[in-house]
Design a protein around this ligand. Structure first.
Ligand SMILES: Cc1ncc(COP(=O)(O)O)c(C=O)c1O
Length: 442
């Protein structure tokens, strides 16, 4: 079959025309501004977004690859790291680096512990121990950097099971992982206990607070019962936190922090022999967009502690109202006891993936999860005026499916159901690869 190709136009197109075209194409995207999505976009209102765009545009062309050329970016990065370390209970020795996102921060942390294990303990076949709820960025890191991931099941509360973690540690283990909170079920792992275990075994303890990063500290300050999960917990040696999530910065901004510079040293990459000059780089990417570094700095300063506290209060109020509303829908239950603004729900009475299809028909973009099958919700400020509508649509979806059981056999529900339960995971992987192929062709 001939592949349809799009080529670079022979002659450039009028920029105004392209802008009009763009607007049109944009119309097909998910409606995050009105809270119709439950992931991907963190929106703190139009005024803040316009402010971020101004900041981003001011540093649109600058490149964080060489901070010597751009002292502005050097200052922003150092100050973002310092503000973040302070927020996460770090002392004066805590250092870090900015990256383009949670995945890059996690990749860097895993690579750091691999190098640390080699240098300090002569470990040639490094392993890391992680609960199955940890973000796939750790699997990606394992894959890229040849670190063996050793998984264990979570407890009945969906949190990391410390006794199970202990069983997985051996002489090749360089790292324990915990989430604050986990993406799938929004629960904070028992970090003080995991960190104490890491301390006892003299290995690294990374806290993935990519999601919680700039919300959880303020939720804790509001008085919600969150255990110490940051540098305040003895044994925590590194933390990742995403400014582009609940920090409400522009996309492309995260931090990875280490308890001291000696540990961070293992993250850096230097190649002294290149004819192009002495090459040094702190993280995965070469070029680093100045706009996202500047916007992260500006967002932290624009909100300040009082602004983030207000955000946290609002987001938690919306979450609790929504969670209670969802739990009150007959037959629907919340998974575990989520600690922050992220939660999952399911139902035994109808096919939960068919519920997702019904919600989509009603204009919602919702994510499906497996083990157990459930739907995922991540609350932001954009959901303030729309949570009642969601609960009402959820209720009518469930009712509809109870009255029309055959509807669950249509739509995407059977496919998702099969993917979640098919024992041959290799087959599922193959299917996902085919799907990825299809995404990037015209
Ligand atoms: C807990 C957690 N860790 C890591 C990541 C990866 O972040 P990113 O998508 O910015 O790479 C996410 C993303 O949602 C997350 O929720």
């Amino acid at each position: 079959m001939a592949e349809k190709k799009v080529k670079i136009p022979e002659n450039g197109i009028n920029r105004e025309e392209i802008l009009r075209e763009l607007e049109d194409i944009h119309k097909g995207d998910a409606n995050w501004k009105e809270g119709r999505t439950w992931s991907l976009v963190y929106y703190a209102g139009e005024e803040h977004n316009e402010f971020l765009k101004k900041v981003y545009n001011t540093f649109f062309s600058e490149n964080g690859l060489n901070p010597m050329a751009f002292p502005s970016l050097k200052r922003f990065e150092a100050e973002v790291l310092s503000m973040s370390a302070d927020m996460l209970g770090g002392d004066d020795r805590v250092v870090g680096a900015m990256t383009t996102g949670g995945t890059e921060s996690i990749l860097m942390a895993v690579k750091t512990y691999r190098e640390w294990g080699k240098a300090k303990k002569k470990i040639e076949k490094p392993e890391m121990v992680l609960p199955i709820s940890a973000h796939p960025a750790f699997e990606k890191a394992a894959h890229y950097f040849s670190v063996k991931p050793v998984h264990y099941a979570v407890g009945e509360d969906y949190r990391a099971d410390v006794a199970a973690a202990r069983e997985c540690i051996n002489e090749n283990t360089v790292l324990l992982v915990g989430s604050a909170p986990s993406y799938p079920h929004g629960v904070v792992d028992p970090i003080p206990e995991l960190a104490a275990l890491a301390l006892e075994k003299e290995i690294g303890m990374h806290v993935d607070s990519c999601l919680g990063g700039y919300l959880l500290p303020f939720v804790k300050k509001l008085g919600y019962p969150i255990p110490d999960y940051d540098f305040r917990a003895p044994g925590v040696t590194s933390i990742s936190a995403d400014v582009h999530k609940y920090g409400f910065a522009a996309k492309g901004a995260s931090v990875v922090l280490y308890k001291n510079a000696a540990l961070r040293r293992h993250q850096f990459f230097v190649y002294p022999d290149w004819p192009g000059g002495l090459y040094g780089s702190p993280s995965m990417t070469g070029t680093r967009p100045g706009g996202s570094i500047a916007a992260a700095w500006a967002a932290l300063r624009a909100f300040g502690v009082d602004g983030y506290m207000k955000n946290a209060e609002k987001i938690m109020n919306i979450t609790i109202k929504l969670r209670d509303g969802v739990a009150a829908v007959p037959g629907v239950k919340i998974i575990g006891k989520p600690d922050m603004s992220v939660f999952a729900f399911t139902t035994d009475e109808v096919d939960v993936f068919a519920v997702a299809d019904e919600l989509e028909k009603r204009g919602w973009h919702i994510d499906r999860q497996q083990s157990p099958n459930c739907l995922h919700v991540m609350v932001t400020l954009a959901h303030e005026h729309i949570s009642d509508q969601f609960v009402s649509d959820l209720k009518s979806s469930v009712e509809y499916l109870k009255e029309n059981p055959t509807a669950a056999k249509q739509g995407s529900a059977p496919m998702y159901g099969m993917m979640a339960t098919i024992p041959d995971r290799g087959m599922v992987k193959e299917f996902a690869l085919e799907f990825l192929d299809s995404l990037y062709t015209v």
